[in-house]
Design a protein around this ligand. Structure first.
Ligand SMILES: [Zn+2]
Length: 445
């Protein structure tokens, strides 16, 4: 099959129209949630013929999926076995509630391998690569851990898992940061695949130990937001280790969304498989589609799934879309343009709506800070009506210059004056116990 990401936009959209009709037909016949919802709203899915018509369907919000994930699975006993057989369940990260299961049939698993192969092509993962899976084991199977293997299979690359993080019950199979450093060296890993805060911790430890990391050529990071300063710091570590390359690819995606790929560092994110998913930018209140280039809520529509199927699903990120060919690689499928702002991440502090990521970026860029954490709490814990306090906890040498810099830069960027507290690095991020660093903590509820 020819690569759809290099066809004309017209060819792509023609195929997407056909696949959309087929997908909606399956939903009308066997998707418990959508068939009922559309019936109640007097919507006949057969009237939705094109991507333009799609705007007439209601949006799906995360809360709807979280309330009844079982009702988002297709139930069509007449489908062939690969389209019905349950291959795997992956859970989306839930910060407060229990994580939500996403069901993948054999059909969906093969589609994911197909997508992963395209991602590998776009981001230059090769057969000769040895990937270090640095994600921790988690209480429920998470996409990043489970799918790192699928990505390696699809690219034809080799993979091993370091298993860092907290031990589980009686079966302590976890390895320390030092073990992870040793395994990267033993296996001559070329790609380090993990959450940025752990990858950074690993590289810092490798520098301390004088480990041989000269096989490493790339960090593929995902699972938490990273700033330009964080990515630059990873490159600095790779240079210091004499690594074969210093590429840092930030992988954007989620369990519901699938994976996007950058063709160059800090570039936009390509939709690797327009035959599997359609994206639009919407007003989350009205459901209206916004024009290309305008920032708004990202919504995804699955075009070829058989397990959990989502139509106009509001992902929870604010981005924009560019449908012009990529100036770097020439691919024609749409690109997601950052910065990615997670709507759930905006918080009110002292009456001001702030984006903590902006503050985290600033802290990342201040020299002399080893670890940091931003905490919002009440001035008086016992009094729910007392004023908010914004506290920046810093690990590093206790210097008045650091305090001045943190306070000054924070006030300029978010117009809230923080308090600064000095603590031990382990009090912020203990790599042996935590899967990732909690950079922002709201203690008010
Ligand atoms: Zn490109």
């Amino acid at each position: 099959m020819s690569d759809l990401t290099r066809q004309s936009l017209q060819t792509i959209e023609q195929l997407q129209n056909e696949k959309l009709r087929a997908m909606l037909d399956l939903c009308a016949r066997g998707h418990p949630y959508y068939s009922q919802r559309w019936r109640e709203s007097n919507i006949d899915a057969r009237d939705i013929r094109t991507l333009a018509d799609l705007e007439r369907l209601p949006l799906t919000h995360k809360s709807e999926l979280m309330t009844a994930p079982e009702r988002f699975r297709l139930s069509l006993p007449e489908l062939p076995l690969p389209e019905r057989a349950l291959w795997e369940i992956i859970y989306t990260t839930g910060s407060t509630a229990d994580p939500t299961p996403i069901y993948n049939t054999t059909h969906d698993y093969n589609a994911y391998l197909f997508q992963s192969r395209r991602v590998a092509e776009i981001s230059n993962i090769r057969e000769t690569d040895v990937i270090a899976n640095l994600f921790p084991l988690t209480p429920a199977p998470m996409g990043a851990f489970v799918r790192s293997a699928s990505n390696a299979y699809a690219a034809g690359a080799a993979i091993f898992a370091a298993l860092p993080g907290a031990s589980y019950g009686p079966f302590d199979v976890r390895r320390s940061v030092d073990d992870a450093v040793r395994m990267v060296a033993i296996h001559r890993a070329t790609v380090l695949w993990g959450v940025p805060s752990f990858v950074r911790r690993l590289l810092l430890r490798a520098i301390e130990l004088g480990a041989d990391f000269n096989s490493v050529r790339m960090c593929a990071i995902t699972g938490e937001a990273s700033s330009p300063a964080m990515r630059e710091d990873l490159r600095r570590c790779l240079r210091e280790l004499g690594a074969a390359g210093t590429t840092v690819f930030d992988r954007y995606g989620s369990t519901e969304l699938g994976a996007f790929a950058q063709c160059r560092e800090d570039g936009d994110w390509h939709n690797p498989t327009p035959e599997l998913q359609y994206h639009e930018i919407v007003d989350p209140e009205t459901g209206h589609r916004l024009p290309d280039g305008e920032r708004g809520a990202l919504a995804v529509t699955h075009l070829d799934r058989r397990g959990t199927v989502l139509i106009r699903f509001v992902v929870g990120d604010v981005v924009s879309i560019d449908r012009r060919p990529c100036p770097v690689c020439g691919r024609t499928s749409e690109r997601i343009v950052g910065p990615v702002v997670r709507t759930k991440d905006l918080v009110k502090v002292k009456g001001m709506l702030i984006n903590p990521a902006v503050l985290l970026d600033i802290l990342q860029s201040i020299p002399g800070i080893d670890e940091f954490q931003v905490v919002v709490r009440r001035e008086n814990k016992a009094d729910p009506l007392s004023r908010d306090e914004l506290v920046v906890r810093v690990a590093g040498a206790n210097q008045p210059e650091i305090v001045d810099m943190v306070v000054g830069r924070a006030r300029d960027a978010i117009r809230v004056r923080p308090l600064v507290e000095f603590v031990a690095a382990k009090d912020i991020y203990d790599a042996c116990r935590q899967t990732k660093a909690a950079r922002f903590v709201d203690q008010r509820d």
